[in-house]
Structures are given as C-alpha cells and as structure tokens.
Design a protein. Structure first.
Length: 85
C-alpha cells in the first residue's frame, strides 16, 4: 500500500507541475479564461489526490526518494511525448 501511495503522490506531483505551467502560459497570454478555470479545477483535484497519498504514508515506502524520482521522470517523459503527438 505504501508503494502504491508513493506512486500516486509522484504522478500527481508531476501533473500538478504540468497544470501549473499551462496556467502560467494562459495567464501570460490573458486568453482562454474558461480553459484556465477548468485547468485550475483539475490541478486542485490532483493536489488533493497527492495530499491524500502523502497522508496515507507515501513517504514511508521503501526507497521513496528513488521510487518517486523514477516515477516523476517517467511522467515528465510521457507528458512531453503527449505534447508532441
């Protein structure tokens, strides 16, 4: 269970980061306020998932820093690939 929570926390951290970057770009351009609000809501949901995973013991997983780092790297790669498709 702790490893699953560690995975959830890592994935949600990267999704939060991605959504924050998207919101920054939308804020700079001043366009698409409805899209920005939707992304903001999605980001808040992901943050709640991350916080729940941390509260459930994610950081107690064996080798948490290594596991989290590897999962976050994989997420970043998947996001970049999806942006190119």
């Amino acid at each position: 269970p702790e490893a699953a929570m560690a995975s959830t926390a890592a994935v949600e951290e990267e999704i939060d980061r991605h959504y924050s970057q998207q919101l920054d770009r939308l804020s700079e351009s001043g366009s698409e306020p409805e899209l920005a609000e939707t992304i903001h809501q999605f980001r808040e949901d992901e943050r709640a998932h991350r916080d729940a995973a941390l509260a459930a013991g994610a950081k107690r997983a064996p080798a948490y820093p290594l596991l989290s780092g590897a999962i976050r790297l994989g997420c970043r790669m998947a996001i970049r690939l999806a942006e190119r498709i």
